[in-house]
Ligand binder design. Structure first.
Ligand code: HEC
Length: 142
């Protein structure tokens, strides 16, 4: 019985090492979370999330640049489904469709519609994701 103890112990340790090793190789399955999860909210609020971005980064020039007011009271009405002053017949913001929205092209510096916005380039990736989610969710006045 005593002679068996050593081989049994060795097998037990080897088994433990092997199974631990395998578990580690496989790793946890990583699934890319949707953007909204990264942002930490399901529905982006225009009033609470998007408007403060415009006030902070854009209002200093709008009005009057681009014939557009991105301030507290007028931003929504001057953006959603409104024809661009500089790039007609394109719309400033097309609900559900960032790539059809002049504003989105400008904030990602796509070069399709003149200058990148803001021209000093201080907008963060998180702010960009919020703007995109807001447009994708229908550019609601929420
Ligand atoms: C330093 C001044 C400045 C800041 C800050 C700025 N813009 Fe502009 N913006 C301009 C100028 C000048 C134009 C007109 C020239 C052009 O279209 O590139 C313009 C044009 C635009 C237009 C096109 C309007 C139209 O109807 O043709 C959009 C949309 C826009 N800006 C969005 C933004 C957003 C969103 C921000 C903030 C993230 C921002 N801008 C910040 C100066 C600025």
């Amino acid at each position: 019985m005593k002679d068996l103890l050593f081989p049994v112990a060795v097998i037990a340790i080897l088994t433990l090492l092997l199974t631990q090793g395998c578990a580690k190789d496989e790793g946890p399955f990583y699934v890319q979370p949707p953007l909204d999860t990264i942002n930490g909210f399901d529905t982006v609020s225009f009033a609470d999330v998007v408007l403060p971005i415009f006030i902070q980064h854009c209002w200093v020039c709008h009005p009057p640049n681009g014939g557009m007011d991105l301030g507290l009271h007028n931003a929504y009405a001057e953006l959603v489904n409104v024809t661009s002053t500089g790039y007609p017949p394109e719309k400033r913001v097309v609900p559900y469709d960032p790539m059809a929205s002049v504003l989105w092209h400008k904030v990602i510096s796509s070069g399709e519609f003149g200058l990148a916005m803001p021209p000093n380039g201080v907008i963060t990736t998180e702010e960009l994701l919020s703007i995109r989610s807001w447009i994708e969710q229908g550019a609601m006045d929420n």
